[in-house]
Every structure is written in C-alpha cells, then in structure tokens.
Design a protein around this ligand. Structure first.
Ligand code: FE2
Ligand code: FE2
Length: 308
C-alpha cells in the first residue's frame, strides 16, 4: 500500500513531484494549486486530513455525500491547510487520485491574475454569505458554484474576471426557487424553465456584484453570461467563447459533483434526460474530461449509450 497526499492551502508542488512516478507530473499540472507528496514520506506538517482508500472509492456503494460532508467540514474548520490522502496500490494511485482530486477541487482556490486580490476575496465572502449552508440543497448549490468556478480555471487558466464571476453566480437563482425542494422536474417546458432561471439569476447576481463593488462593465457582462448560461451561444454572439467555457464548466461540474445526487433525488428517468441535456452543452474538446470522473454506473451507461 502506498499513497499520495494532496495538501490544500499549503503551497504548490512545483518541482516537488520530482523523482516520483511520471503520472504524478500530469496530476501536478492538472492541479497546480495543491501540493502533492508521496506517502509514506515526510508529510511536513501535521495538517488534518481526509484519508480515502482507492478500493472504497471504487466500490459500487461509495458514499459521495459522506465524503463531501467530511471534505467541507475539513475545509471550513478554520479555513487553514488540510490534506486529502489517497491510499492504494502504486498502479492505481495516479488515476484514482485524479478522480478524487477532481471531486475535491472546489476547495483548491485556484486563481489567476483576474481573481487574485481583495475584490475577489470580497466577492467570495459575499457569495458564501448569500448561501444558507444549513440547508442541504443550498449546500449542494454552493459546492457546485465553487466547483464550476474551478472548472473554468482548469479549462482556461487565463479566464477573465467576468467569466469567473458568472461561474460563481450562475445558479444563484436557485437560492430563491429551489432552496428547500427541487422543482425542475415539474416544468412543462424544461428549456423555458431553465431560461427563466438563468434570466432571474442574472438580475440577482448583478445586484450582488454591485454591492461588493464590481465595476459596471464587468458585472453587466457577467450578468449577460448568466442570463444565457442554459443554452449554447447563438450565432454571432460576440461573447460566444466565454459562454461556451461557462457551459463546459457547468456541465463538467454536473457530471463530476452532482450527477450521483441527481440520480438519487430525481430517479433514473429524469437523470437520463438530464444527462442528454447536459452532454449537449459540453463541447467535444471538453468531453475528454469525462474519462477522468468517477460516475455512478447508471450515469456512465447513459453517457456511453449517447456516445454510441
Ligand atoms: Fe443553471
Ligand atoms: Fe449549474
């Protein structure tokens, strides 16, 4: 049994995977905001950690909810450094760590020039403060918002401020309409329901962003992206690239983080429709990331059927 420790908020691993198996260099490139170290070895600091056995992670009845809850508690304990320890045989470690770290990436706090600094710190505080995290559905939406933002940066490390803000706030409307129970399965026209959700969310987000001091041009552009986020860019849309990026990030976050819960909440029939709807929002070049996700068998089977 060997292992890989990923330390969050503990510096980065530039050069530190040197001498490790070559697959780890790929992991370090994919997750530059965490520090990767081999276990056993010198863990450096005694940070609190979440240990995960690869065998458990891969079992049919792995409890994603319990893992997510433990991770959130660790990350929010004092907002200091913490680690995720992936434990397993050397041959399976890198692949499993990629899947596990993807599920944990909402807490990596990956940023770039556009999102480093006091303004974005204020945005994150305001964003968190608008979520009543005691409500399980709101907690799921909060995790999805952070995860979508991190997907944006993973797909486009130079993503601009408006796109990152749009990712964080794209589903903020659900705080008003679906905080206690989901209603989307009751919609007579699913696309119309989703467009309405997007347009209302844009208004809410713009007000919140004005409140924290985001300039008018940036927040209006973020709001336009949010208003359009439930469909692919119209022909001639001048912001098509950013909207496609937001769609890719949102769709990947659905598959990575939310699809298991969706299946449990809505059942297999609604999940089949949702998988097809979400796959249509994902550009071919972003679909390669689906291979690096751990999916429930029913979701994976539906994806395979659609690909065929
Ligand atoms: Fe949405
Ligand atoms: Fe979303």
């Amino acid at each position: 049994m060997s292992g890989l420790r990923a330390t969050f908020r503990g510096g980065v691993s530039r050069g530190q995977t040197h001498g490790s198996p070559w697959e780890w260099e790929g992991l370090a490139r994919e997750f530059p905001a965490v520090r990767l170290q081999e276990i056993p070895g010198d863990p450096g600091t005694g940070v609190p950690s979440l240990p995960l056995q690869v065998e458990e992670w891969e079992s049919q009845n792995f409890n994603f909810y319990e893992m997510d809850g433990r991770l959130d508690a660790l990350a929010e304990r004092d907002f200091g450094p913490f680690a995720v320890d992936v434990l397993g045989g050397p041959g399976e470690l890198a692949r499993a760590a990629g899947e596990i770290l993807t599920r944990c990436q909402r807490w990596m706090d990956r940023r770039n020039e556009a999102s480093r600094g006091a303004l974005f710190d204020r945005v994150l505080i305001q964003h968190r403060g608008s979520h009543d995290l005691a409500k399980p559905l709101v907690r799921a939406d909060y995790d999805h918002a952070l995860d979508t933002w991190q997907w944006v940066l993973r797909l486009a490390p130079d993503a601009d401020l408006a796109t990152q803000l749009a990712a964080l706030f794209h589903d903020v409307e659900r705080l008003a309409s679906e905080a206690d129970a989901r209603v989307e399965h009751h919609a007579a026209d699913y696309q119309a329901f989703k467009n309405d959700h997007a347009e209302r969310g844009a208004e809410l987000a713009e007000a919140l962003l004005a409140w924290v001091g985001v300039d008018a041009g940036t927040r209006e552009r973020a709001a336009r992206l949010i208003a359009a986020h439930e469909h692919l860019p119209e022909p001639g849309d001048p912001d098509a690239a950013a909207l496609s990026l937001l769609n890719d990030a949102d769709a990947l976050s659905f598959f990575s983080l939310n699809s298991a819960g969706y299946l449990d909440y809505f059942g297999p029939e609604a999940t089949r429709r949702k998988v097809a709807y979400t796959l249509r929002r994902l550009r071919p070049e972003a679909r390669r990331y689906l291979d690096g996700l751990r999916l429930r068998p029913a979701v994976a089977a539906e994806l395979e059927a659609l690909a065929a």
